[in-house]
Write a protein that binds this ligand. Structure first.
Ligand code: SF4
Ligand code: SF4
Length: 427
């Protein structure tokens, strides 16, 4: 989750940061890899102990199990949020960089190179989705990347999404438009236009390639809230995938491309839909760092048109890059709470990572699948009619797990639900 790459602090500073850990173990129940393995080495405390040993013995070649322990950290920062002693996220980045320095395989950079190209992802994704029902298996359908792409739920057209949500409402027992709905629609027509605000959309690789209709709906929401929306040309991957794969120079190149593309746009705010890209952009040099904002955080400040009633029980899944990386917890819930009839239900272990972690689920599929199933069970236990989230990686990871755990429980981008509540029928 580094923004500028894992620059290791000098040894004395590293030692000072490591001393912050008092070995209390309070972070353990928040760490997805510890919960999935029950192995202390796969816990924050275990990783920090190990990193301390490696720092103290710089000439020792770490054993394979030690490299595994560091490499399997998701970088989710749930431990940083939970730690009463204030450990630094830098330590986890340094630990991961140590693992990458010893273990450099072609898999990570190949996967990062593929996922960070919108065109390649879109080309791969379209026939896989199309072929799921109608075509014989394509050569890459069974590959790790193919399965990952196929797990991301369909990028619904507006009409299909509206049908899905109306069906959920009917199934939940509310059935059809209510009086509140009609009143809200009338109020919507009477609402004066909000003051325009210039915003630029950061497209992102997975959002832009795999969920293009959801991105259009976010644009419609922003427009309905009075924003003037631009999509600056020449954007690249934010660089997070290259960082995850241990390719800082590639990440730096992508940052330069984005800095140039977004500097040309006069928008006050750069809106980022995917929480992972948002955190990465907030680590760019100023002024872009201060302009990059999460879509939910911006929407929560905007005067959206009055919503229709949506009498559903909805659970929000917090992407770690939003909750632990950007401190975004209340905003998505506040947006849901504005919708009449909607009940927000809270899953247990809301702060624990789902196991997506950029290319992590592709590099460590079995461990990631275990974490995904645990997350899907926590969400299903709430009795929710619908799950929503703010990151395409989490969306695909949880959708894949829900197919086994609760096949009738759908998951959508938060902004898709907001679009249906506030805008559908008006655009
Ligand atoms: S909660 Fe903080 S101080 Fe306690 S073991 Fe975990 S990292 Fe160390
Ligand atoms: S960053 Fe996440 S996976 Fe890594 S040690 Fe902390 S809680 Fe565990």
């Amino acid at each position: 989750m580094s923004a500028r790459g894992p620059c290791a602090p000098p040894p004395a500073e590293l030692d000072r940061l490591l001393r912050a850990c008092i070995q209390c173990g309070l972070c353990l129940p928040h760490c997805a890899t510890y919960l999935a393995t029950a192995n202390e080495a796969q816990s924050p405390r275990g990783r920090l102990l190990l990193l301390g040993r490696l720092v103290a013995e710089p000439s020792r070649v770490p054993a394979a199990a030690e490299i595994d322990a560091l490499d399997l950290c998701l970088g989710c920062r749930a431990c940083v949020t939970a730690c009463p002693s204030g450990i630094s996220a830098t330590l986890l980045e340094v630990a991961k960089a140590r693992a990458h320095a010893v273990r450099r395989g072609p898999g990570a950079w190949l996967i990062a190179a593929l996922l960070s190209r919108r065109g390649a992802l879109a080309a791969l994704g379209a026939p896989i989705r199309w072929g799921r029902a109608a075509l014989p298996r394509l050569p890459w359908t069974g590959s790790r990347v193919g399965r990952w792409v196929a797990a991301v739920p369909a990028s619904w057209q507006d009409a299909d999404l509206a049908r899905l949500l109306a069906g959920l409402v009917a199934r939940a027992g509310a059935g059809g438009a209510s009086g509140t709905d009609g009143a809200a629609r009338a109020a919507r027509r009477a609402t004066p236009p909000a003051p325009p605000r210039r915003v630029a959309l950061f497209r992102g690789c997975a959002s832009g390639a795999l969920l293009p209709h959801a991105q259009q709906r976010l644009r419609a929401l922003l427009t309905a809230a009075g924003c003037e929306v631009s999509v600056p040309r020449g954007q690249a991957c934010c660089g997070a995938l290259a960082e995850h794969a241990g390719q800082p120079r590639r990440a730096a190149r992508q940052r330069r491309v984005n800095l140039a593309a977004l500097a040309r746009d006069p928008a006050d705010v750069v809106i980022v839909e995917a929480a992972g890209c948002g955190l990465e952009l907030q680590g760019y040099p100023p002024p872009l760092a201060a302009r990059a904002r999460d879509a939910a955080a911006v929407l929560a400040e905007l005067p959206l048109p009055p919503p229709r009633a949506v009498p559903l029980r909805v659970a929000y899944h917090d992407p770690c890059h939003a909750r632990h990386g950007q401190g975004i917890v209340d905003e998505p819930r506040a947006l849901l709470a504005r919708i009449p009839g909607l009940i927000v239900v809270e899953p247990r272990e809301a702060e624990v990572c789902c196991g997506s972690g950029g290319p992590y689920a592709l590099l460590h599929p079995e461990l990631a699948a275990r974490m995904g199933r645990r997350k899907a069970q926590c969400l299903a236990e709430t009795g929710a009619d619908l799950i929503v989230t703010g990151n395409p990686g989490c969306l695909g990871q949880i959708a894949g797990a829900l197919r086994d755990v609760a096949p009738d429980l759908p998951i959508l981008p938060l902004t898709d639900l907001l679009w249906w509540a506030h805008v559908a029928g008006e655009c």
